[in-house]
Design a protein around this ligand. Structure first.
Ligand code: GLN
Length: 202
């Protein structure tokens, strides 16, 4: 069975777990470096990115996780998870995994729009995705190797770089499992042939 880790330090771990189990993954809650052994992908939940980053540093997880993703481990992050996967933020420095060549702006949609829902067109999906945004980031600047899969008002809200996918929104809150299926597909491909999914060239 394909084993998907969910970083379980803070945030909506249970919701990701339910969706992943629903699409046939075996879920491992990751709290310490040894939990990374044998997983085929990692999911980083929504929550509070500074808290998740701080706890990941305290538990000695940040560096091993960064290295694992660099080594080809497929990864997906929603909302705070997107912030963790990015290279930087437009605000104060905070712990990040630097797995994607993007800088994100936290809470970017502003006060009057802190939470909203929209039917998004996503590249590769044939019907719109009902997307829930909660104090969500957007991608403020983006490197060449990063593909934009969806935008809101011209701002990237779903991106992919090789084996790493991130969304500003929370598919784990609506029950639409299409993005989690995509993550499982990446995990299965990695499990079947780890060499085929080595990171893209810089
Ligand atoms: N605003 C949060 C942060 O910056 C993310 C919000 C979320 O994950 N829903 O970490």
């Amino acid at each position: 069975m394909t084993r998907v880790g969910v970083l379980a330090l803070q945030g909506d771990v249970r919701e990701h777990r339910q969706l992943l189990e629903g699409v046939g993954a075996s879920v491992i809650e990751v709290r310490r470096p040894s939990d990374l052994d044998g997983i085929d992908a990692i999911v980083i939940p929504g929550g509070e990115s500074t808290t998740i980053g701080r706890l990941a540093t305290i538990f000695g997880l940040l560096d091993p996780l960064e290295k694992a993703i660099e080594g080809g481990l497929p990864a997906y992050g929603s909302c705070a998870g997107m912030i963790l996967l990015a290279n930087g933020t437009t605000g104060d420095p905070q712990p990040q995994l630097r797995a994607m060549d993007v800088v994100v702006e936290r809470n970017a949609f502003g006060r009057q729009n802190e939470s909203f829902e929209v039917d998004l067109d996503i590249t590769g999906l044939d019907a719109p995705f009902h997307a829930v945004f909660i104090r969500a980031p957007w991608v403020a600047s983006i490197g060449d190797g990063v593909e934009v899969l969806a935008e809101v008002d011209g701002h990237p809200v779903m991106i992919r770089q090789g084996n790493v996918i991130a969304t500003s929104f929370h598919p784990e809150l609506t029950g639409d499992d299409r993005i989690h299926r995509l993550v499982l597909d990446l995990a299965r491909a990695e499990r079947a042939d780890p060499d085929a999914t080595s990171p893209p060239p810089d």
